[in-house]
Design a protein around this ligand. Sequence first.
Ligand code: NAD
Ligand code: MG
Length: 379
Amino acid sequence: MTRGVAILGSTGSIGTTALRVLERQRARFRVVALTAHSNAALLAEQAARFGPGYVGLVGCDGAAPPARDGWATGTPCLVEAATRPDADVVLNAVVGAAGLDATLAALRAGKRVALANKETLVVAGELAHAAAREGGGELVPVDSEHSAILQCIAGRPGQEVRRLVLTASGGPFRTWPRERLERATVADALQHPTWSMGRKITVDSATLANKALEVIEAHFLFGVPYERIEVVVHPQSVVHSFVEFVDGSVLAQMGVPSMELPVLYALTHPERVVDTGVPPFDPVELGPLTFERVRGDDFPALALGMAAGRAGGSAPAVFNAANEEAVALFLDGRIGLLDVPRAIEHALGALAGAPGGTRETLLAADAEARRAVRARFAR
Ligand code: NAD
Ligand code: MG
């Protein structure tokens, strides 16, 4: 019996990686649903190759999407695909808070959610856990750091874990002095040294906002308090993260920087299966492996995000929304790179103490944060 997989965001970097993995795993998995935002041509190609029963084009800004016959359209596509009875696993590879409702609905419907869409857990970590409890769903991370941590913890009880150490590549600006960061261009920010990814996460990696999102993600996935989650810069991206246990032993998971293994493992966890596509590991070729402290003063998005995580309530949702909005403005050439953390700080200050709790209050905080950033920074 094969397991059905629904892929939300199949035309993106993670979505296309997942289809490469699934091509090799046809004996175990079949693709039952695909959704994309606007790349109808690629979606049609994927649909022809994998023959899913459901294809959805979410479309953008009210403009009529060029959907093909038999396709579903509009925002409801995500939840429809995520709750289909023939989907056992939902790979959420949508970018941004737009993926939230699909994650919650899939968990409520008892699915395994292979989660690339980390913004979901940042906006509404508690709601995701409540949805999983209610419907029997399960969250398995796709993010390489969290996949590493899951593999290192390997089912040991939480009280044995002393500390999580997430690795960060440091991005393209790791060695740039502060004054040069002010003048960084979009093209500079999109030159990631070790990973090839979508534009939003690539900018997040350049500002270290991505690592802040990942600290919050780790907090919710593994139940570890913020004071026991740390970040270290590791430019080679070979060690995907560390777990320190209470006896002082430290485990790491390693591999060539490729998302194919974390995607595959999110589908098969806790089992391991033969996969011929994962590149061979040669420690000599990949080395030397080096580690550095984070330059926190020059990359303030990390500390802002960790403080938002500790504040709880709606603060992580505000952090995420302000970052999404600021990154969109940066990618449009309307603000500078260092305006991104400034915009986040502004929104967190303007919305301090906004209530969290329900989906509605969190989405209201999300919308307010976006408004606050646009009002101050969009020119
Ligand atoms: P991407 O921009 O390449 O792809 C995003 C996908 O989501 C596309 O298929 C797009 O059509 C769809 N999409 C975008 N906006 C949408 C919307 N509003 N509604 C519905 N669908 C929408 O992004 P990516 O790099 O694949 O990243 C996807 C997610 O995975 C992000 O949350 C990212 O942080 C996370 N992630 C990515 C990587 C990576 O290597 N790319 C690694 C770890 C985590
Ligand atoms: Mg990551």
